[in-house]
Design a protein around this ligand. Sequence first.
Ligand code: STX
Length: 317
Amino acid sequence: MRELYPAIEPYLEGSLQVSDLHTIHFEESGNPLGQPIVLLHGGPGGGCPPFYRQYFHPEKWRLVMFDQRGCGQSKPHAELRENTTWDLVSDIEKLREHLGIEKWVVFGGSWGSTLSLAYSQTHPSRCLGLILRGIFMLRQKELRWFYQEGASYIFPDAWEEYLKPIPITERDDMIAAYYKRLTSPDLEVQLAAARAWSIWEASTSRLFFDSELMQKFGESEFASAFARIECHYFMNKGFFETEDQLLSNVYRIRQIPAAIVQGRYDVVCPMISAWELHQAWPEAEFIVVPDAGHSMSEPGIRSALIEATEKLVNLIS
Ligand code: STX
């Protein structure tokens, strides 16, 4: 089993204005002369906690992390305007150019895998490699499973709490019902919905219940960005042109060295999506962790990610 690398501090932090409205916060850590890698966090709306740095060998990598529009330390907080997948793809390019990086490895889990696929399929020549975890392609069947019916059969107790803010008459479309509340002018209504939405995801992310995660997801700052931004992207079907866009465009990235890491018991992003991606992209290394759920902190996932990252840096160096 691989353990996290020791905690490190960034050697550079900054913000980049990416539109009239949005400024994103970024940082660099590790080795300024190492292989460049960009980490795309989940949600959308999840932000980058400092421990994410510890997945990367600090002498081998030049790690770039940033908070996507509206979350973490990016401003304005929880903003939904000018916030689409394609805005984020263009932010990644702006950041790459700003930092003077020609090509980099792209590392992303969950929504981070969605965005990694969208980015690499748009700018394949900028990608040295891809490490994807907990595959999510934002299709209706994935949203339906987690937010409407499916995951509810595995976590009926947590589901009860997720149902609570929504009256019975509106429960046939939970995402739409949540969207209404998450964008309500009444901030109390917004916050109650944001907390319940976020706690549902925290309750189901791990094989074993984690009270620390529950606490973080229940905090109002975190929950309002996470829930509002996720729900906004899901209402808009990820801003994709077709349901299967990320699968149909795999041909654009097949030549890029890649690893797909998936927990067998991932309830948030069930393995069917990783499996379909693997079938469309047999060249990518496919690693199924037999005793893990969704979270990148689970021991088996953590270990597989560190190993895949180590293997890739040796391949490209
Ligand atoms: N959203 C899954 C996702 O991307 C459907 C995600 N879930 N939790 C996270 O991201 C964080 C741990 C980044 C908050």
